[in-house]
Structures are given as structure tokens and as C-alpha cells.
Design a protein around this ligand. Sequence first.
Ligand SMILES: Cc1ncc(COP(=O)(O)O)c(C=O)c1O
Length: 349
Amino acid sequence: MEYAITITPQAERQVKDTTSIPFGQQPTEHMFIAEYKDGEWHNSRIVPFTNLSMSPFALCLHYGQTVFEGMKAFLMNDGRVNIFRMDKHYDRFTKSLERMCMPVVPKGLFNEAMHQLIQLDSNWIPNDEHGSLYVRPFMIASEDRLGVKISDEYLFMIVCTPAYQYYAKPLKVKVEDKYARAADGGTGFAKCGGNYGGAYYPTKLAKEQGYDQVIWTDSKTHEMIEESGTMNLMFFIDNTLLTPPLSGTILDGITRDSLLTLAKEMGIATDVRPIAHKEIQAALEAGKRVEAFGAGTAAVIAPIETIAIGGKEYNCYTGEDATMYKLQKALYNVRKGMATDTHNWNYII
Ligand SMILES: Cc1ncc(COP(=O)(O)O)c(C=O)c1O
């Protein structure tokens, strides 16, 4: 089914040099917007990027009914544009929306909006080794009613920003043993705004102690490793790629899934199971070579250089021959069209 989207192009379209602009500060020229009212989506349109106007009573401003996605479009080596794993991002968006009692966006509308918007602003996609277009679909509760209730009205929008390397250097992280990001039965698996707001305070404390990020642990025992910031966590120990399972408290990361799939194809052993931080500590204490890294759309792979466990700091391996870089390269090759896309991950415009 095709969806009607009206397009109002920007009068003057000029692409800026965005290389020196920090992540998330430069919108592209257009945005997509659709309104949900009376049980239906209306008025789907692409317009020049602009501010929103809403009532201070709007429900999203008070009770946290907001959901978002973070995905990327790439300029392939042959010049075509590729939206990476659009279907899986759509599925996760849907799961998050259902958890937050928000209306699902019809898949045809989501795909059509992505296609039209990214095509229109494709000249903003950096053609740089670490460059891509970061694409942010999101939904907010827009009904103006100052009361705790499920909203009857919503806005679904998509905005984009050019993106480059997210972290300039390997990370220094600490295993969090007091605060928790998510609990069993909560919203940890959903990409809803509140999960991020709640993570700020412990992360701020960690930053004051000289760390870039915290590694979240389970809320009951603080013994089992979960994820970190906006990334899933992966380790490479004893020739095996290790990562915690999707327990409901961590996000079902698309980078995590892609790397696990590619690792298997590359003949790398993978093990998805609960991981105690004591186990990582024991490996480091024993002098084993331990690779640790975050995996996420924004950062792709963020090598961890220093990890603090139980207040003691350890060094992880980040040498050039590390397996994480081989995985990163394999992912890069698929996205850029330099390796066969055997899983239909690339949606080519
Ligand atoms: C909390 C959290 N965990 C993990 C991830 C990694 O997920 P993905 O690889 O789909 O970007 C993200 C980023 O979206 C995140 O926000």
C-alpha cells in the first residue's frame, strides 16, 4: 500500500560542511510529520525542518509517553543510498510503542516516510569512512490534557542529522553496583524517553569520577552485566564473542544482532548467556586477553580501554588486530555494498 505524503521542499537547499559539528546539532533540511487523532493517521507530510508548537498541557511534556528509534542511512560505494535494517528498527519501534500504549505506525507509512525523506535529504549523507546519516523516528503524546492518562493524540516524526565518529577514543567505564537502569517487568527493552532520563544521574556521578560511561548491572544483585549508555556490551575472551541475552531489561540492539550474525559467518564462536562481572574480573586478573566493547548504531563499535570492577581498574585489549575491529569492518562492508548483503539488511533507495 502506498501512502500519500505531501512534500514542501525548502526554497533554497544548501548543504553545509558538517564535519566539525558535534553529533546531533545539525538537522538536515526537512522533516516528516504525521498526526494521529480519532484512531487514524492524518496529514502525512515532509516540510522544511522547523520548531513544533504545542500546548504546555501536551501529555508528552509531563508523563513520559515518548518513544524513539535511532537508525542510519549510508552512501554506498556505488553512490546509492542504503537505509540499514529498516525492518528490524520498525519492529523494535512497534514493540516500544505497544509497551507505552501508543498507536503503531503502519509499516507502509513508516517505510514510505523513510524513503521519501532520506531521498530528499540524501545530499546530507557524509561520504566519509565514519560518516552516515543518523535518522531519528519518534512519537510523542500530543493531546493537551493535564491529567495522567493515555493520550488520544500523537505526532509521529522523523528528523535526520549527519553523523561521524561518535567517540574519539577508547572508553573508560565502571561497573555500576548501586544504581539500576531497568528492572524485571519494567520498560528496559523499550526505547522510551524515561529510560534515558533515569540513567543520567548515575552516569553523571561516574563522569565526575573520570569515567565515560557506566556498565549497568541487574537491579536485584548488581552482579550480572547488562548494557552501557546507548550500547549493548560485548566481550571477546578465549576466542569467543560473549554477550548477555535479551532479558527484557536491555535493548534488543540491532548492531548487537548484526555483529553476532556476522561473527558466526566469520567462524567466530559466539556465546549469548548471562555474564557475571566477577567472571570478567577473573579473566583480567588471570592476565587473559580481554576485549570489551559497546555496540550501537551511533557509536558502531566503541572499544573499552579501562574497566573498573569493584573499584579496581583493569586494562582491556584494544590492539589493532583485535577481533572487534574485524567485526566492525565486516559490518562496514555490508553497509557500504562492498560485501554481499546475504540477509537483506540493506534497503536501497
Ligand atoms: C539503551 C541502549 N542499548 C543499546 C543500544 C544499541 O542498539 P542499536 O544497536 O540498535 O543502536 C541503544 C541504541 O539504540 C540504546 O539506546
